[in-house]
Design a binder for this molecule. Structure first.
Ligand code: ZN
Length: 192
């Protein structure tokens, strides 16, 4: 799925609870809001500014599905990581770590699982998710401590994408990059 909308800068909200923030920042800070707002605007007759916001949201959601991680897989030390594991321990406590990120290679996947099992005594369950923004809405995390879990995973995204500070201009650049030419772009619109 592609979009013809070509923004020239970040979209900054003028009112509401996130006034002053850019939608680009909310992709990291509150992805649930991005999806909610997109759906909210989708079924309305929009004024010009709302239409602009709707198009920008749609563009961000699509771009968020194909960002390229910059971190090297800790198992093969060769490929870039594409997935991370979320580990559930006792009392529903979740854990993520740069050590539990992997490339697409099956062997690395197996090595990572071995490490997870070795390092986590009270292991209850684990799941592998891609470094796509739709993963920030995964039901895996459960209702309890949802916000805290999301924050943990957002931090992991910041490491993988090498964005330590969520600056509006830097984030706009990050979401504007296209990977068509190297065949890495995956256009997948998340279920909303
Ligand atoms: Zn690997």
């Amino acid at each position: 799925m592609t979009t013809n909308y070509k923004p020239i800068g970040p979209y900054i909200l003028l009112n509401g609870k996130y006034a002053g923030k850019a939608l680009e920042q909310l992709m990291f800070l509150d992805y649930g809001y991005i999806i909610w707002k997109y759906k909210f605007l989708k079924y309305r007759i929009l004024r010009a500014e709302e239409l602009h916001e709707y198009k920008h949201l749609r563009w961000l959601i699509i771009q968020g599905q194909s960002r390229q991680s910059q971190e090297i897989c800790p198992y093969c030390m060769k490929n870039l990581v594409s997935c991370f594991f979320v580990i559930s321990g006792s009392y529903g406590k979740l854990k993520v770590s740069s050590n539990y990120t992997v490339c697409a290679d099956e062997i690395c996947h197996e090595k990572c699982i071995q490490k997870i099992q070795h390092q986590n005594e009270r292991l209850f369950d684990f799941v592998k998710l891609p470094f796509r923004f739709s993963s920030l809405r995964s039901n895996t995390f459960g209702i309890r401590n949802f916000k805290e879990h999301q924050r943990m995973i957002t931090k992991l995204f910041q490491i993988a994408f090498r964005i330590p500070v969520l600056r509006k201009d830097k984030l706009f650049q990050f979401f504007s990059e296209n990977y068509d030419e190297i065949g890495k772009q995956i256009y997948l619109f998340p279920r909303v």
